[in-house]
Design a protein around this ligand. Structure first.
Ligand code: 6GU
Length: 227
């Protein structure tokens, strides 16, 4: 899978892609991530990428020309399955969406700034708009990193244990149950005895019960969604 990220701060991503699962996916060639500096495409002599909003005073808007030229160049080189704009007024990013995105071949992630991008970019180029939660970030970069991470870890061969992505929180619509590792007793704090019993059926039942309990107390909205 190929992911092209369009940003005015490409350096923000460097550390993130050089560690852990993302690094492994890239080095195994299961994912290729290309960073593009929107400023490089500005025809303005000061490399400007923003301008004043028409009609109302507050804030700057990312202008159409550099982003349109960059997207058109990329689209002339290959077909893209989705051109995604990261924005707090996008649709809520959920596991179902990332599951689907992880099956695609080429996607573009566009990181917004300031008061947003010129609406004509949304009308003519953007195929999907995503928000990662109900709070405002100073730019789309952190959101693009979140979306990239959640997609790439689902690509077959990226996670060592093929079953582990399926047991993630949200994959079955429930939060994950608690987990424990050695020692079985620490400062008198004991691991639930059932987990040491070796009775797989009982353990599975217990884990499911705990997952439901945790979901009911923290995210009752998820249980409603399942009905
Ligand atoms: Cl995708 N962008 C920004 N700037 N803020 C956000 C967001 C995205 N999702 C939640 N807050």
């Amino acid at each position: 899978m190929r992911i092209d990220i369009l940003t005015i701060f490409p350096q923000m991503f460097e550390g993130i892609f050089q560690h852990s699962i993302l690094k492994r996916a890239i080095s195994k060639d299961l994912a290729s991530i290309f960073l593009h500096d929107i400023r490089d495409y500005s025809t303005n002599k000061h490399r400007r990428v923003d301008d004043y909003a028409f009609g109302h005073g507050a804030g700057m808007v990312m202008m159409i020309q550099p982003i349109a030229d960059l997207i058109e160049k990329l689209k002339s080189e290959r077909n893209y399955d989705e051109v995604i704009y990261l924005t707090p007024d996008g649709i809520p990013f959920k596991q179902k969406i990332t599951n689907r995105l992880s099956t695609l071949t080429n996607i573009i992630l566009l990181c917004g700034h300031y008061k947003g991008i010129d609406e004509r970019l949304r009308e003519h180029f953007i195929t999907m708009e995503l928000s990662i939660g109900d709070y405002v970030l100073s730019g789309g970069e952190l959101a693009a990193a979140v979306v990239t991470d959640s997609i790439v870890r689902l690509i077959p061969g990226v996670l060592g244990d093929e079953t582990s992505a399926l047991s993630d929180s949200f994959q079955d619509g429930l939060l994950s149950p608690p987990v424990y590792t050695r020692p079985a007793v620490y400062k008198g704090w004991e691991v639930p005895r059932i987990l040491l019993s070796g009775d797989e059926k009982k353990i599975d039942e217990w884990l499911t019960e705990k997952a439901i309990e945790r979901t009911r107390s923290r995210r009752p909205d998820l249980l409603e969604e399942m009905e």
